[in-house]
Design a protein around this ligand. Structure first.
Ligand code: HEM
Length: 215
């Protein structure tokens, strides 16, 4: 039987490919976005991570979600720095969520409040993804818009409180493998991961649609 971490990876492989090649991501990775579009994307991440991290202190004490919730991962402080750089000191008053972002954040919030195992699905989809593919986005952003390496603008992509990100990813997969749920429970978490990818894809689609009207 495959380990749970392998099951999750396999179950989302196709969606991962689709996310990587989504027109918005292709434009970003191809250096074809202006910095305002990158700011708009970063702004959407703010709402997603607010939903993920708002209840982090409580979830850290939860028997199911707790082992995954680590202060070294928290991204909101980095996003605040990035948005201040991208939008200026009044950045907070400029934030608006796309409809797809609101739906994504609302679903994370529901899980955070009522279904810790579902919250783990969202946690995995974001943090393990950011730790893995985030490097690619960061490099491209630095080259395209000239941010200082790992500096304001791309702080989100720098996990400088993790001493060894590779070891951390292995540890995270071991935690997933020890996830205390029966087959049905694991199946529901797998389905929620797929849901998380789909919610994220909708955000990319709306970001891309917006580009057409504001090229
Ligand atoms: C340009 C976009 C992206 C790139 C270049 C990228 C790249 C990568 C790479 C290189 C890995 C490591 C694969 C491995 O260890 O074998 C990875 C893993 C992962 N990515 Fe992405 N990714 C992107 C977008 C996304 C998005 C949008 C999500 C979800 C919201 C996501 C979620 C994940 C997850 C959950 C993993 C961990 C898979 C696992 O080991 O279980 N990625 N990504």
């Amino acid at each position: 039987m495959d380990s749970f971490s392998a099951v999750l990876r396999t179950a989302t492989r196709e969606q991962h490919r689709a996310a990587e090649s989504a027109p918005f991501m292709s434009a970003l990775l191809g250096g074809r976005l202006d910095v305002a579009a990158f700011a708009r994307y970063t702004e959407q991440l703010w709402f997603v991570y607010e939903a993920l991290e708002r209840d982090a202190a409580r979830l850290a004490r939860d028997p199911v979600a707790g082992p995954f919730v680590r202060p070294e991962l928290l991204r909101l402080p980095a996003l605040a720095e990035d948005l201040a750089h991208l939008r200026g000191p009044a950045w907070r008053s400029t934030l608006t969520a796309l409809p797809a972002t609101l739906r994504y954040a609302a679903r994370i919030g529901e899980c955070a409040r009522a279904w810790p195992a579902g919250y783990v699905a969202h946690h995995y989809t974001r943090y393990l993804g950011d730790l893995s593919g985030g490097r690619v986005v960061r490099d491209r952003a630095e080259r395209t818009w000239g941010f200082a390496p790992g500096g304001p603008g791309v702080r989100f992509y720098v996990f400088d409180r993790l001493t060894d990100p590779v070891a951390f990813r292995h540890e995270y997969r071991r935690l997933l493998d020890g996830f205390g749920a029966d087959a049905a429970g694991r199946g529901r978490v797998t389905a929620e991961c797929r849901h998380a990818f789909a919610l994220n894809t909708r955000v990319f689609e709306e970001l891309h649609a917006e580009l057409r009207v504001r090229p």
